[in-house]
Design a protein around this ligand. Structure first.
Ligand SMILES: Nc1ncnc2c1ncn2[C@@H]1O[C@H](COP(=O)(O)OP(=O)(O)OP(=O)(O)O)[C@@H](O)[C@H]1O
Ligand SMILES: [Mg+2]
Length: 380
């Protein structure tokens, strides 16, 4: 309580007690005592006179705003013009009560405390929401990462181990065939059938391994992988898919390649499923330290509603993937003209140097933690 008049202080306390409030007070008259009191006692409410002989309510308010902005500050004064009152409220005072109307004081204090509590709860809820959003993001980053690692591991295992086992089988079979006597025609025919069966299985193994994660992405880089995928889709669906590229170096950064490649795959899947297009143009370029992928189809055009629909999980996934590396993705749809998807992600600094076929720098040879993003992610 900032109050120089002891009688007024008693009247104020009496008014509060009369309305059933239980409290303790510390009365101060100077700026030093005020600062000391708010530091020592961390009050629940500050009641302040406006004009004091050696101190003034305005200064008290600005000190309180700095030291304890969350504590309600109520002016309790003999006189206060309307303009002054409005001014103090603007400057952060919670309320003002005239000493002639002390009956208003207890309700004002109670309301201030209640509002303060509600504000604190809201703040806590917002903070909790922010935290859980951050955790969800981190979880999504982690899941993408784990999923990709898993795909890579299975893809290699399938390719190497099954591939080798089948090749071994084929060699054994041809050894057996060559030793079968010429007159055992039916057996020789059977081994030939078996051999072509093994060939088909080898093809299947390759296809499964490639679908899990195309080796081309890790060995020849992003552009080659995108060209390969475009070609695959053209062969499979008959939709023309042209890739142009104005990059002057091979991108071999694993995280970046994965993100671009998976977004590209998702985009092509959408074109096949929804666009009713006959042609897709893909362009890769670098602009102001960002890698940019544009995929344009000549289909029916995505609508604003589809873009912002919460059920568009595919689009959300693409956005999350791009955000993972500090990038962004934009969708532009023109009815009956088509859809353009633009992915833009900042390149990590070391990658801007020429890396053409520089296998020493291949990301697979570097430890994952050397990726500038894995470090950046933890801070996001
Ligand atoms: N290239 C496109 N042309 C026209 N419409 C599109 C295109 N891409 C997406 N859309 C529209 O946007 C919607 C949302 O796409 P999104 O990828 O999020 O979902 P989806 O493909 O329907 O399902 P999934 O979760 O399997 O990807 C689609 O249902 C489709 O209506
Ligand atoms: Mg989709």
């Amino acid at each position: 309580m900032v109050e120089d008049d002891a009688t007024d202080a008693e009247l104020i306390k009496h008014a509060l007690r009369k309305d059933g409030l239980i409290f303790t007070t510390a009365r101060v008259e100077t700026s030093e005592d005020f600062i000391e009191a708010i530091e020592a006692d961390s009050p629940d409410v500050i009641l302040s006179d406006y004009a004091l002989p050696s101190f003034d309510g305005y200064t008290a308010l600005s000190i309180a705003q700095k030291q304890c902005p969350d504590v309600p500050f109520i002016f309790v004064t003999g006189t206060m013009g309307e303009e002054v009152a409005i001014e103090t409220l603007k400057n952060g005072a919670t309320d003002y009560v005239l000493k002639l109307r002390l009956a208003r004081l207890a309700p004002a204090v109670l309301r201030a405390l209640r509002e303060n509590k509600e504000r604190a709860e809201r703040k806590r809820a917002v903070e909790q929401l922010r935290q859980s959003h951050e955790q969800l993001r981190a979880l999504s980053v982690y899941l993408q990462h784990v999923r990709e690692e898993e795909r890579m591991r299975i893809s290699r295992a399938v390719h190497d181990e099954l591939g080798q086992a089948l090749t071994g089988l084929k060699i054994d079979l041809s050894w057996l065939t060559s030793r079968l006597p010429k007159q055992m025609g039916p057996l020789i025919n059977k081994t030939r059938e078996m051999s072509s069966h093994i060939d088909e299985t080898i093809q299947t193994v390759r296809r499964i391994s490639t679908e899990l994660r195309p080796g081309i992405l890790d060995h020849l880089g992003l552009v080659a992988a995108i060209e390969w995928q475009a070609n695959e889709m053209q062969t499979r669906t008959g939709i023309q898919c042209k890739v142009s590229n104005s990059l002057d170096h091979t991108i071999l950064e694993e995280e970046l390649n994965t993100v671009f490649f998976r977004i590209f795959q998702e985009t092509l899947t959408n074109v096949i499923r929804h666009a009713n297009a006959t042609r897709v143009d893909v362009h890769l370029k670098e602009d102001e330290g960002r890698l940019i992928l544009e995929v344009k189809d000549n289909g029916r055009g995505i609508t604003k509603e589809q873009m912002s629909n919460v059920k568009s999980i595919g689009l959300l996934g693409m956005r999350e993937r791009a955000a993972l590396l500090g990038g962004e993705i934009n969708f532009i749809g023109v009815p009956r003209k088509g859809t353009k998807v633009v992915v833009s992600i900042p390149l990590p600094i070391p990658n801007r140097t020429n890396q053409r076929h520089n296998h020493e720098n291949s990301p697979r040879r570097r430890s994952r933690s050397s990726s500038p993003w894995l470090k950046a992610d933890s801070g996001r």
